[in-house]
Design a protein around this ligand. Structure first.
Ligand code: MN
Ligand code: MN
Length: 308
């Protein structure tokens, strides 16, 4: 089962300006070949399909717990995409009616790279890549063979770090950069974790491959606070009671990668503190959440009071 918490894994800064093309670039990290839909889909179905779960508990727990983190990454990137498409936080922007809709108020959107993201989704995220190509089940590998699956996951995390860096290098807005900086650190943890799992089974010191690609995290400002707080040493269980057995793989005397701040690897029960989900402010002229939403807001306020 899954438990849902109404937060993001980190605090995101509000965007400085509306930038539909920056949102499109960030879509690559959601629905691209190595995007969060792919890591989620792979680990989720591998964990469902895992053979001999009881006997292989540490390995099963590792894939299961990382699955939960990945759905949070899907949520984080989706929020980043929608925030960039939406623009700065403006709490009162959704008040009033939409004005003269015959005035082509969204003329600029016809030139946006993913114009359909506005026309169909009001700038919201969907599981597509930066060119609107649909993410699909062909991106999921679940072979039933633990070594092949873990090796696939190791490759997936290395590939993910590569396109996170490239997307980072294409963005200047703080929202998109924060998403990339955090995910680069977490991707490094996941690649390291799958390497250690493979080492336990095969004896091959796959962690010596890392970092692949050789991305210097110390050169990326957005990574620094996550390294300082030790995020690169932590794996979370994302569960009140389960998945602690992965400490045999992540922990058990294993230490950080040579280029990262030194320390022992540790399992944290539960989840990170996280940050708030920004309100995606409505635009009445785009009929989000509607043309004149006041009555809807009033109804919701009454319902909220009744729930207290
Ligand atoms: Mn991820
Ligand atoms: Mn990952």
């Amino acid at each position: 089962m899954f438990l849902r918490v109404d937060k993001l894994q980190i605090e995101l800064p509000a965007p400085e300006k509306q930038d539909a093309n920056a949102a499109a670039a960030l879509q690559e990290l959601l629905g691209g070949k190595y995007g969060e839909m792919s890591t989620l889909g792979n680990y989720m179905f591998q964990s469902f399909n895992f053979r001999s779960k009881s006997k292989l508990r540490p390995f099963y727990s590792l894939v299961a717990a990382i699955t939960a983190e990945e759905i949070g990454h899907v949520e984080l990137v989706s929020n980043g995409v929608a925030m960039l498409a939406n623009g700065p936080d403006e709490p009162d922007a959704d008040m009033g009616d939409g004005g003269d809709i015959s005035n082509a108020s969204f003329e600029a959107m016809k030139d946006a790279r993913l114009a359909g993201a506005f026309f169909s989704n009001a700038g919201g995220a969907t599981p597509v890549n930066s060119n609107a190509m649909s993410w699909n089940a062909d991106m999921v590998t679940t072979t039933g063979n633990v070594v092949v699956d873990l090796l696939h996951n190791f490759h997936l995390e290395c590939g993910a770090r590569l396109h996170k860096l490239r997307v980072y290098e294409s963005l200047t807005d703080p929202t998109g950069r924060e998403v990339c900086g955090y995910l680069l650190v977490r991707g490094s943890v996941h690649a390291h974790a799958y390497a250690l799992a493979l080492k336990k089974i095969t004896g091959v010191e796959l962690e010596k491959f890392l970092p692949t690609p050789n991305i210097p995290l110390d050169k990326i400002p957005e990574c620094q606070k996550y390294l300082a707080e030790g995020s690169h040493r932590r794996l979370y269980t994302f569960s009140p009671d389960d998945y602690r057995e992965m400490a045999g793989i992540w922990g058990n005397g294993e230490v950080t990668l040579p280029d990262d701040p030194p320390g022992e690897l540790e399992i944290v029960e539960g989840m990170p503190d996280g940050g708030k989900i920004h309100d995606l402010v409505g635009t009445p002229s785009a009929f989000t959440p509607d043309y004149a939403p006041e009555e809807m807001f009033e109804i919701a306020t009454k319902l909220y009071k009744k729930s207290r």
